[in-house]
Design a protein around this ligand. Structure first.
Ligand code: NAP
Length: 432
């Protein structure tokens, strides 16, 4: 099976590459690497897979006729169940997956085939693949997907971007939650699959079982989203801002908290602080706005709550999911404070049991300070497939109102992991 990888050096792509290597996903595959910025450069190592076939299994003549739409333009451009945390101060033990802490892409060429990076806008090269996995972003999908399909390409398209998620002929993939939907989609010939929004996917990894048990009348989710959720360049800017904020204190050490505060705010407000990506300081601050404006006062990130949750779970009637999405100065992991209006009064103990049975990665944490500090933070969760949920208690509004807090690595279950698992599911269906 020839699998084209697009956007493999970005945040999501790097983590996807790492996970595919860890899980040996490249075995018996013929991977082909594409680039928008380094065409002809060296493809990454460790993903050699099969040697390329002697003869090209490229596009049919009908496809070939339609393949130059974008090409000509670019030519000019040159663990199961409930895991109660103790008070040992340990981070949650990971199960059902391996730790992923670093980026995977960008290494020198794989000597096995001397592979070079192909042009990600060359429809002919793309159409020669059975499966394309894009982590390149929505603009790329908008530019390439329609002409590629119009050319007659009938391969599988697996995408991290939001562009195609709500299309009728696309399924949103999160197989621990909606495997049945994915199997049915493949069975009826659907060939376009999109990973869900990162906060929606992580929320569902934690609480889908409550929806599936008919227990959710509505839910609010107040998010705390990491800089890396906005891409590699933004995460780098956050780190540069952090350095600039701590520089003055390092140069003029002070024990006076107000003096340190003054120096930090002065650095944040200094016109020379790098803000090209976020527009404002994020280090030592937050931005209560993620994605673009939508009618009715929501941002698009907030709009995705209802839209994607209901599509992923196939809910009818629609269950409202809404809240305020906030970018915070964390590196990795999206956290969410949930308020759930239950359809009936269910005890906290029963809710915890339902949650713990949801999937093998959810971790139900006891509502105490020790567990919360050590297990329910981005620092504890980053690079793991665990999705802890804690602070579970009834709110003072009444017995139907449940509060909870959940953290998950948005680059894993919120992005890369469902994509690589979808590739596996497709291979299973194809017997490849
Ligand atoms: P990204 O880090 O900005 O990478 C996208 C592309 O940007 C790369 O493939 C690369 O393309 C180019 N790029 C430019 N500067 C780069 C740099 N300094 N380092 C690495 N690559 C750089 O974007 P992303 O966060 O991976 O997001 C990709 C898609 O997934 C988006 O649609 C996003 O909405 C979606 N998504 C992201 C997350 C997340 O947590 N980040 C979660 C869920 C969904 P070339 O190699 O061709 O130059």
């Amino acid at each position: 099976m020839r699998v084209g990888m697009i956007g493999w050096r970005g945040m999501v792509g790097s983590v996807l590459m790492q996970r595919m290597r860890e899980e040996d996903d490249f075995a018996r595959l013929e991977p082909v690497f594409f680039s928008t910025s380094n065409i002809g450069g060296q493809a990454p190592t460790g993903a050699g897979g099969l040697a390329p076939p002697a003869a090209s299994d490229g596009p049919t003549s009908r496809e070939a006729k339609n393949l130059d739409t974008v090409t000509s333009r670019q030519a000019q451009m040159g663990a199961g169940g409930r895991a109660r945390a103790g008070t040992s101060g340990q981070a949650p033990v990971e199960a059902g997956g391996k730790t992923s802490t670093g980026a995977g892409g960008g290494a020198p060429a794989d000597a096995r085939d001397g592979a070079t990076l192909k042009d990600a806008k060359n429809l002919r090269e793309l159409a020669a693949c059975d499966v394309l996995i894009s982590c390149q972003g929505g603009e790329y999908t908008t530019e390439i997907y329609a002409p590629l399909r119009a050319s007659g390409w009938r391969g599988y398209w697996i995408d991290a971007a939001s562009t195609l998620r709500m299309a009728d002929d696309a399924a949103i993939v999160l197989d621990p939650v909606n495997r049945r939907v994915i199997d049915e989609a493949i069975g009826r010939g659907l060939r376009t699959f999109a990973g869900g929004n990162c906060t929606v996917s992580l929320m569902l990894m934690a609480v889908a079982s409550l929806f599936q048990n008919g227990l959710v009348e509505w839910m609010t989710t107040m998010t705390y989203q990491a800089a890396s959720g906005a891409g590699a360049a933004k995460m780098i800017e956050l780190v540069n801002q952090m350095t600039r904020l701590t520089d003055p204190v390092r140069k003029s050490p002070s024990e006076n908290a107000l003096e340190i505060d003054r120096m930090t705010i002065a650095a944040q407000r200094d016109a020379s602080l790098p803000t090209q990506e976020f527009g404002v300081p994020l280090a030592g601050s937050l931005i209560p706005w993620v994605d673009r404006e939508m009618p009715g006062g929501q941002t698009r990130e907030e709009w995705k709550g209802t839209a994607e949750t209901n599509k992923i779970l196939g809910l009818a009637p629609t269950v409202p999911v809404d809240g305020i999405c906030v970018r915070v100065g964390t590196m990795r992991c999206h956290s969410q404070g949930l308020c759930i209006k239950l359809t009936r009064d269910v005890s906290v103990e029963e809710i915890e049991q339902i949650l713990a049975r949801g999937n093998q990665w959810v971790r139900v944490m006891p509502n105490n300070k020790e567990s919360t500090l050590h297990c329910l933070t981005p620092t504890a969760v980053s690079g793991t497939l665990n999705v802890p949920i804690g602070r579970i208690h009834k709110l003072v509004m009444g017995p139907l109102f449940l509060g909870a807090f959940t953290v998950g690595d948005q680059l894993l279950w919120g992005a890369a992991e469902p994509l690589r698992r979808t590739l596996r599911i497709i291979r299973e269906h194809m017997g490849a």
